[in-house]
Design a protein around this ligand. Structure first.
Ligand code: 13P
Length: 338
C-alpha cells in the first residue's frame, strides 16, 4: 500500500483513530484515577480488551500504540499489532520521547526523540507498525507560545515526518495547542494559525509528501477557564476556517485530538465540523481520553466483565464513527446508549 492509501484507510468514512499510546507515566495517572495499579499486565489487559471489541471492526481505522504495547502478545498468543490487523485496522506507534523543557524558554516545551529515530523506525516497521505519531505541545498565555517554541517544534516535527516516510510509514503530525488557560476562542485561532503555518513551512523544506501524512490538530476552542462559552456551531465554523486557510489541500486526513473535552463534547464538535466540511480533507477523530474514559471506569470495576467494557467502548466508537460522517445526534446518543 502507498502512504496515501494507508492514510486514507486510517480515516476512511465512518472510521477514526484510537489513541492508546499513553506513555507509562500517563497510563499510571489514568489507572490511578480509577484505583487500579499500573502494572505491565494491567496496562495490557485494558488495551487488549479494547482491541478485541466489535467496535474496532466498524469504527477504528488505526490504533496508536506505545512501544511497550507494540512488543506485547495478546492472551491468544498473537502479537498486539496482529490483533489490531484482525479488525482490518492499522497499527501505529508513538515515536517521540516526550515534551521536555525548552532551553532558553523554560516555561515551554520542545518534543525530543530524533536521535536514533531512523533505527527505531526500522524496528517498529518490522514489528508491524505502518504509521507513527509525534506530538508537540504549545501553551497559551500573554507571552506564549514564543516564536522559539513554534519554530523548534515545527523543525522537529518535520524532521520526524521525513524520517517516518523514509521508513515507509505515515507520519501523524500533531501540533497540540493546549486548552489550559482563560484565553478566548480568537486567541486559540490566532495561535493555531501561527503554529500550523510554521509546521507546513518546515514540512515543505524537509520534502515531506503531504498526501502521505495525517494532521492531528486541536479544535479551535476557548481555554478551559474562559468565561465566554461558545456553541459547537461556532467552534466548527472557526475550526474549518482555520484549517482551510492554513493546511495545504494535499494533506489527506485530519484527525482531531480530544485534548480534555468530555466524551460528548468531542463527539458533538466533530459532528458539527463535518456538517460544514467543504474541504477535500477526510476529517475524523484520533481520540485518547474521549474514546477511553467511560470504558476505563467500567473496566476498573470488574476487569473480567469483558462484555460490559466492550458495550461501553463500542458505543463511544460508534458515536464518533457517526460524527465523522456528520450523522450523529443527541437523540441517537440516547437511543443507542439505552
Ligand atoms: P486526547 O484525545 O486524550 O487528547 O489524546 C490524544 C493524543 O494522542 C494526545 O497525544
Amino acid at each position: 500500500m502507498t502512504l496515501e492509501e494507508i492514510a486514507k484507510k486510517m480515516v476512511a468514512r465512518g472510521r477514526g483513530i484510537l489513541a492508546a499510546d499513553e506513555s507509562t507515566g500517563t497510563m499510571e495517572k489514568r489507572l490511578k484515577s480509577v484505583n487500579v495499579e499500573s502494572t505491565k499486565e494491567n496496562r495490557l489487559n485494558f488495551r487488549e480488551t479494547l482491541f478485541s471489541s466489535e467496535g474496532m471492526k466498524n469504527y477504528i481505522g488505526g490504533v496508536i500504540l506505545f512501544e511497550e504495547t507494540l512488543k506485547q502478545k495478546s492472551s491468544q498468543g498473537i502479537s498486539i499489532p496482529e490483533l489490531i490487523m484482525k479488525s482490518d485496522s492499522v497499527p501505529g506507534i508513538k515515536v517521540d520521547k516526550g515534551a521536555k523543557i525548552l532551553a532558553g524558554s523554560p516555561d515551554e516545551k520542545v518534543t525530543e526523540g530524533l536521535d536514533g529515530l531512523r533505527e527505531r523506525l526500522n524496528e517498529y516497521y518490522k514489528l508491524g507498525a505502518r504509521f507513527t505519531k509525534w506530538r508537540a505541545v504549545y501553551c497559551i498565555s500573554d507571552k506564549y507560545p514564543s516564536s522559539q517554541a513554534i519554530k523548534s517544534n515545527a523543525h522537529a516535527l518535520a524532521r520526524y515526518a521525513a524520517l517516518a516516510q523514509e521508513a515507509k510509514m505515515v507520519p501523524i503530525v500533531e501540533p497540540e495547542v493546549l486548552m489550559d488557560g482563560d484565553h478566548d476562542i480568537e486567541k486559540c485561532y490566532k495561535v493555531t494559525t501561527d503554529v500550523l503555518n510554521e509546521c507546513y513551512n518546515e514540512l515543505e523544506s524537509h520534502k515531506v509528501l503531504l498526501n502521505g501524512t495525517i494532521l492531528k490538530p486541536n479544535m479551535i476552542l476557548p481555554g478551559s477557564a474562559c468565561k465566554n462559552k461558545v456553541s459547537s456551531e461556532e467552534i466548527a465554523k472557526k475550526t474549518i476556517e482555520c484549517l482551510k486557510k492554513n493546511v495545504p489541500s494535499d494533506v489527506t486526513g485530519i484527525a482531531f485530538l480530544s485534548g480534555g473535552q468530555s466524551e460528548q463534547e468531542a463527539t458533538k464538535n466533530l459532528n458539527e465540523i463535518n456538517k460544514i466540511n467543504d474541504t477535500s480533507f477526510l476529517i475524523s477523530f484520533s481520540y485518547g481520553r474521549a474514546l477511553q474514559q467511560s470504558a476505563l471506569k467500567t473496566w476498573s470495576k470488574n476487569m473480567k466483565d469483558v462484555k460490559k467494557v466492550h458495550n461501553v467502548f463500542n458505543h463511544r466508537a460508534k458515536m464518533n464513527g457517526l460524527s465523522s460522517k456528520a450523522e450523529w445526534s443527541e437523540n441517537l446518543e440516547k437511543e443507542f446508549a439505552a
